[in-house]
Design a protein around this ligand. Sequence first.
Ligand SMILES: *Cc1c(COP(=O)(O)O)cnc(C)c1O
Length: 496
Amino acid sequence: MNIRYRSTRSSGETVSSSYAILKGLADDGGLYVPTAFPKLDKTIVELAQMSYQQVAYEVMKLFLTDYTADELRYCIDHAYDDKFDVESIAALVKTGREYFLELYHGKTIAFKDHALSILPYLLTTAAKKNDVRNQIVILTATSGDTGKAALAGFADVPGTKIIVFYPKDGVSPVQEKQMVTQKGSNTFVVGIRGNFDDAQTGVKKMFGDRALGRELDENGFQFSSANSINIGRLVPQVVYYVYAYAMLVKNGEISSGDPINITVPTGNFGNILAAYYAKQIGMPFARLICASNKNNVLTDFFDTGRYDRNRKFYVTSSPSMDILVSSNLERLIYQIDGCDAVKTAEFMDSLSKTGIYAINDTMKRELECFYARFATEEETLAAIRDLYESTGYVIDTHTAVGASVYKKYAEDTGDRTPTLIASTASPFKFARSVMTAIKGDVTGYSETELIDMLSEVSGMEEPPAVLELKDAPVRHKTVCDIDEMEATVKSWLKIR
Ligand SMILES: *Cc1c(COP(=O)(O)O)cnc(C)c1O
């Protein structure tokens, strides 16, 4: 099946997968979606015999149909190599009826490495295939983890430059240090005086600005995106859900065809949408459990059918989920509304003008496979402590939001279906919060001391990603206001 892509906001022309990856966002501001969902053409039993790389090929070839087999294998083999510290690339840990799917064994110790180690290869291959002469400028807004994973992926990749905007006071100390110490002559990191939504809105505005696009083109540049709005981010994330299911079968935990639930700590709705896509291509996933922190805009949406971003923004201990506008929800809205681009565009227009849109009952019924709840700050820390005290296993704050919401789900429904919880970051990335959960008050301890303590209680070695930060020099010091983002980009590209 030849899968093409179209914008969620206009039903016009379709584009190839490589073109969609190259563009990131469609010209009309919509997100690229596949024109149909392909079906897995390997059985689970066959997949269970495969390596991560082989499963990646089987999944990605279904979606990225204009890449040749050689091109895809090249991208996969260069992405999923010893940059990951486990041979299986993703690891499963059983703690009870639930399984944690550790997605933090890559270079920057968050799940975003899974997509961002391959995106530079997919993108540079796409540039060749589409005869692009311009330099690709990756423009990225980050709530903490995307930024570093994208920087690490694109650093010194020929033909590319990367600019990352992060909320100056909205990321963890390790996250900030990881970004501002980034090497590479083509990298640029900017703190903004605002929150993640401000950063994301500013970036989307630049993408939609045609005059700016022309100016860039005249100077030999064009924008692309490393955010999860890029379909090249989403497709590699479908892989680990398929792989994890196959591993459960291989390990005899379930039989092929048995349903499982998936719990995902959610921010921009990318990771959970990948699980939904995996379900569409044939995985027997029952409930998709959408876990939010105190910024519970998604919980309310799934409860009421009304998306309302007009609310207080909280900075929490799970900063990568501190988001009020979950971009990838647009892809789900499009899907549950019979792929009606005109109506999706109306919803998004209403969102940008009033901060609100409401779906009808027919659309709501399409959401029955989702369950959404949120965890408070206290509940999040309690989830870390309880799991540690009962099993000795330590999870990070984001994963803890997932664990806490899963517990509510199990109590609420009595459902005993085996459940996978996406473990999205290493606890070492959020040592202060994690140690507060385990030890109580830790004020007065330095970041380094906390990391040592964490290593001791968890029995886990301090990851190189954290170790190397200790004496890494700060290389990026630029800070700007929200309305200076465009000028900052132009000045770095030396466009006048
Ligand atoms: C990005 C991130 C999330 C949220 O993922 P989305 O795809 O934005 O929903 C959750 N946890 C961690 C650690 C992250 O970095």
